[in-house]
Design a protein around this ligand. Structure first.
Ligand SMILES: [Zn+2]
Length: 390
């Protein structure tokens, strides 16, 4: 808000380009948070920059910004960090140039998800301008620099910080690029869980000509992997695809053809729906592996449990705003990888919606300039629906 109380419009394309020009590859910030702080403070947001660093990890800069002190708090969550560019020579543009060519904005983060954040800031400016700057309630942004990495110094920590201050979120949109082919065709209302198992089988080393004096761990491992993969985990559920288990590597590292090795290991990744939890999968896997006999050890790394926010409040608001702006009725989906919504769902109703994700994490990541304006309009519509005028 300016001194006269007039809300200046925010150009989502210029703001997205400015963010792209900060090479904020996790965990670097490279000035990205400050670009947002400047844009938000101009509208009257109170900004808290929060740096967190678990022992042994690099510090990460996060931002919590809030406009308004009372009433229901509508939160937009996202991340300013980006994945590495990969092979620089494969890009046809500077990945951190923020160039616009033929109506398309290029650069790492254009789609995932600096473009989305810029569109939300522009949407807030449009919403406030239409209301003469008046807001019955609060709008907040929870922005992290640690989503694409290990995600331990980011959203999770900010949520703990908010809870310790007694600050609540009442509804949240996570602005990940959820649209599949056209802006507005898909909203995410949950995600599958993901966990990775490492199975180590111990045997007894020996000569292949004297197998009775040895115990072959590979033979055990083959039976174990068969037990894990011989039938589907389930047939899916109301809002989810079937759960899947994929073996990603089998390692023995034995260069000798006349030696039975002492150890064999395999790694497998499970993407699971709401019929399972990491605990029930652990029990199931141990039972199956145990059938095969042999001496073994199984360790899990759980990236996230599955979650579902039943089609209600937030996804309903998003669907209505999307229909108003684009004429499309979005599919409510639970496909794709994990996101920070898995932390937020424990605090308030949440759904995810943003740009088309076709080029995310790819070479020449890009977004049509027109989509940024349209997304700003959709986000403005969500705010309009969430804060109805009396
Ligand atoms: Zn993302």
């Amino acid at each position: 808000m300016t001194a006269e109380g007039k809300i200046e419009p925010v150009d989502p394309v210029a703001l997205a380009a400015e963010l792209i020009r900060c090479p904020s590859v996790t965990p670097a910030d490279a000035g990205a948070i400050d670009v947002l702080v400047r844009a938000l403070e101009r509208m009257g947001f109170a900004c808290s920059k929060l740096e967190f660093a678990e022992p042994g990890t690099e510090p990460v800069l996060n931002l919590y910004a809030r406009l308004g002190k009372a009433g229901r708090n509508f939160c937009y969550a996202g991340h300013t960090d980006v994945v590495p560019v990969g092979r620089r020579e494969s890009w046809t543009v500077d990945p951190f140039g923020g160039e616009i060519i033929d109506g398309t904005l290029y650069g790492r983060g254009a789609s995932d998800m600096k473009g989305g954040i810029a569109a939300f800031v522009a949407g807030v400016a449009r919403f406030l301008a239409a209301r003469g700057g008046a807001l019955e309630g609060s709008i907040s942004l929870l922005i992290t620099g640690d989503e694409e990495g290990v995600s331990i110094n980011g959203t999770k920590k900010v949520l703990e910080w908010l809870a310790a201050k007694g600050e609540r979120l009442d509804a949240c949109v996570v602005g990940e690029p959820t649209s599949a082919k056209r802006l507005g065709d898909m909203v995410k209302i949950g995600r599958r869980g993901s966990m990775t198992g490492t199975l180590v089988v111990k045997g007894v080393q020996g000569h292949t000509a004297y197998p009775h004096l040895a115990e072959n761990p590979i033979h055990h491992l083959v039976r174990m992997l068969h037990a894990l993969t011989r039938e589907p985990l389930d047939q899916g559920s109301d809002h989810f695809q079937p759960s899947t288990l994929q073996v990603t590597t089998v390692d023995v590292g034995n260069p000798a053809s006349n030696v039975i090795p002492a150890e064999a290991r395999a790694v497998f990744n499970v993407r699971f729906n709401d019929r399972w939890s990491s605990e029930s999968l652990d029990r199931w896997a141990r039972e199956r592996i145990g059938e095969a006999g042999g001496s073994w050890d199984l360790k899990w790394n759980v990236s996230g449990e599955s979650f579902l926010t039943p089609p209600a409040l937030v996804s309903e608001l998003l669907s209505r705003a999307i229909r108003q702006a684009t004429g499309l009725t979005p599919e409510l989906s639970t496909t794709g990888g994990t996101s920070d919504a898995r932390f937020i769902v424990r605090h308030c109703p949440v759904a995810e919606f943003g740009l088309v994700g076709l080029t995310m994490h790819k070479v020449d990541e890009r977004v049509p300039v027109a989509d940024l304006g349209m997304l700003a309009e959709i986000y403005r519509g969500v705010l309009d629906l969430y804060f109805p005028t009396a």
